[in-house]
Each structure stands twice: as C-alpha cells, then as structure tokens.
Design a protein around this ligand. Sequence first.
Ligand code: SGN
Ligand code: CA
Length: 519
Amino acid sequence: MQTKVLYGLTGALAMGAVIPAQAQKKPMNIVFIMSDDHSYQTISAYDKRFINTPNIDWLADNGVKFQESFVANSLSGPSRACMLTGKHSHANGFTDNSKTFDGGQQTFPKLLQQQGYQTAMIGKWHLTSLPTGFNYWDILIGQGDYYNPDFLSNGKKVRRPGYVTNIIADMAIDWMENKRDKDKPFCLLMHNKAPHRVWNPDTCDLRLYDDVTYPLPTTFYDDYSGRLAAQKQKMSIMMDMDLIYDNKMADKENEIHTSTGLEQWGRGNYQRMTPSQRAQWDSYYDPIIKKFKKDKLSGKALAEWKYQRYMHDYMRVIHSVDRNVGRVIEYLREHGLLENTMIVYTSDQGFYMGEHGWFDKRFMYEESFRTPLLVYLPGGKHGVVSEMVQNIDYAPTFLEAAGAKVPSDIQGRSFLPLLQGRKPSGWRQSLYYHYYEYPAEHSVCRHYGIRTKRYSLMHFYNDIDSWELYDLKTDPEQMNNIYGKPGTEKLTKELKKQLLQLQVQYDDPIRKKEDIMKK
Ligand code: SGN
Ligand code: CA
C-alpha cells in the first residue's frame, strides 16, 4: 500500500530545510490544518500498518511528532471550542455537539488580531454560531458534504463543485495568495471535513488500495466484559455500521434493506453528485454490490467484510487529505513562507479503526482520547516529544509563537518550548478528560477521568455509576478493567485524589455533584 510520490516536494526541502537565523525574527505565520476524525493509526509517521502519508509525515520529518497528544472531550464541536479558547468544555460552555458556541468569548484568533494578525477560517467549523475573530471565513454548513458542498462564505451560501478536500485546499491557497493583506502576519485555519463519516472517496481515488487486505485488530471481537459503558455503546462495525449508508451497498434493484434507520440516506453523498460523478461511483460500486448479493455473507464473515469496506473507503479519503496537505506545504515552499510559518497538523479527536470492533470516537479509551499532532516550526526541533499535551494547549502555543501575552484564564499551557527543544520545568504529569454527549447517537455514556503516563481512571456517570481503571503498561488495549480488584486500593485512592485536584484546578462543577473520594 505505497503512495508513490511525495507530492510536489523536492530538493533541499524534502530532505529538511535549513532556516537562516535572521529569518526567524520575522513574525511567525501559523497554518493550522485539522482533519475531522483522522486517527493517528492512519498516519505513517505514527503507524505504518495501514497507509503511507508522505506529505503529513513531512511535518514529522522536519518538525516535531507529539507521541502523547490528547483531546479534552473526544467530539468535534467540543474539541474545536477547546482549541479556540484554550479551555476545557465546562469553561467554554460547548460541552456537546447540540450546543451553540458563545462567539463573544475570548479566543486565540481574536487575540492574534489584536496582535496585528490577519486571520482566516476555511472548512469545517461546526460550532453553530457564526465565526468571530476572523478577517475572512468561509465555512461548511454543519458537518458539510463530500461532493459539491455548500459553504457559508462570509455569510452567503455558495455551492462549490467538486470534492470537498480539494476545494478546501484550493480556498486556503487562494486566501494566502489573493485575499490576505500580505503586509501582515497571518493565521490560517484550514479544517477538513474528511475523513468524517461516511468516508466518501474522491472519484479519482475510488480504486486505490483495492488489492489490500487490512489486518483485523486483535480486539475486533471484544465482548466488553467488565466494562459496562462499552457494553451499552452503539458504534460497532458488526451491529451499527449500515450496509447502505456506510458501506454504500444501495442496489438498483432495491433488494438490500437495513434496520439501523439510516437506509433512507442512501449511499453517502450520492444524491448530491453530478451525473458524471455518479457514473464513476456506479462503475466502481455496482460490481461490488453484485458480488455482495451473490455471496450472502452473515455473522463474522459479514462483519469482516464490512471492516474491509470501511477501511478501504477511509484510506482513500486519507490519501486525498495527504495529497492536499502536500499542496499547501508546496505553496508555502514556493512562496518562501516556510522560513516563518509554523504548520500544525492534527485531528479533532482520534478514531477507532476496528479496535474493540468499533468505528467512531467519544470514549476516553486510547484510540479516541489520543489525537495526531505534528508541528513544523522554522528553526525548531526535529524529532519526537513525549510530554503529554492536550488540545487546550494549542491556543497558548499560537499566542506565544506570535509574541502575544497568554491570558491567565487560559487553562492550557504553551508547548512552544517543547517545539524549540527546551524542557520546561513542571510539565503536567496527568490529563483531565470529560465527555458529555449522552443520551445521543452511538450511546456513549457521560464520563470524566484522569490519565497519567501509566494509568487511566475513568468514571461513567448519569444513568450508570461505573468506574474503570487500566494499567496502560501491561494492558495497552484496555481489555482488563482492574478497578476494584484486590491490590489496586492504594493506587485507586491516589489517582482519585489527583483526579479531584484536576477538577479543582480546572474548576469543573461536576466535583460539587460527585463526591469521588467516597465512591
Ligand atoms: C454525525 C455522525 C456520527 C458522529 C457524529 C459526531 N453520523 O452525527 O457518526 O459520531 O456526527 O461526529 S452521520 O450519520 O451524520 O454521519 S463529530 O466528529 O462531528 O463530532
Ligand atoms: Ca470529529
């Protein structure tokens, strides 16, 4: 499964650029690229099992790969609000996707504007209220669509023909080239829809990786024993992934039907496609549908077939993301901007690639709690950073990189020193997490928790009251909940104490409702 070329990156740059010292005195531009639901498992800088992503990897090769990067609340809107404000969900008010972001509050783009920056937001926004703090914004409406998507362009609805990931990169490049004030430093947020459900590939990538069979995760047939919340979820590839909606098996004879309630939505974005796009989809999917009908799969064979279909579509969507990241890096190189532009690549959370039998995210388990984070800083460190960072740290990092003051109410901490190869004293030894969206799609119970370098302790609450504790050293796949097991009493008490300290430090009101030391 090799991607052939490093898109457009040539010569000295591809081998690692040397930035002249005087160039570092120029104000630092920021290009903040984020994809939606991009798992670290599917970036080759992190994991080589599934796909080769040479352009995203360029950031790791010429900058920093954060090995221990996490979110504060594994869901789109909440993650975005944490990043914009540098604060946990309870403090910025956007706790789940049903909320409306209070755009009147302090955000890093507003603070950058005060510092003389031009700011732009292009792509998925997903915060319901209109963007504030941007000189230019052009956003997808809601989740956005893969094909011929509608944008809200500084307030006006515009339908743009083509494939969403290409369009967003085109718009980002166009803004940098034609729409900004070139006398000012800039901060560009280029936020992809891809690879969010339902993983629709670009027509040119439909046949990519056809000959690949993806390895089934060892935990694919997890029975969730000892984990009550995991037993209640509805994000299983076997049970909840829809053959028509997710796996694109809408047949012309209308013989395939499903029971998840998603059938009415048909095959992904098919309704929005042009006749030519549909023809290309049909020519790819029709033979697969035909074979699927003939094979009459059931049970484990059907689950594993769905997993392969899911993985193929997801990887194709990632290939297009990687190609477009390459286009943006190439633009910056061609225009001499790499010498004073910081480039960040991340996702709004992690994602399950079949681990525990799942797709989607939300849980504080590792695959969705972690998120990729690769940062190129001109003149900065090249290599791996293993300090624990969280998406509340992005705002203070950008502010410090821009030479702006970091307000004292920001809860995250700037990781700029880590990018510069310095070791700041007293770096955090534990992370706080709080997920709220329940009852809702995928039925993941509300929970909060603490993660140290070695342990992960979480409490699922609301309509259940269930604790889980994992030793990540001996049980990295989190299959063995040791909470309440003999011999864990002291450890549990110590972790609960630290968890309470974090709730006090971040001022999460939940601590007034739950006396965790008594539980
Ligand atoms: C949609 C998806 C869900 C997904 C949420 C949240 N369903 O509702 O599968 O968990 O978004 O994702 S879909 O049928 O609309 O595709 S998030 O990343 O935006 O938070
Ligand atoms: Ca997401």
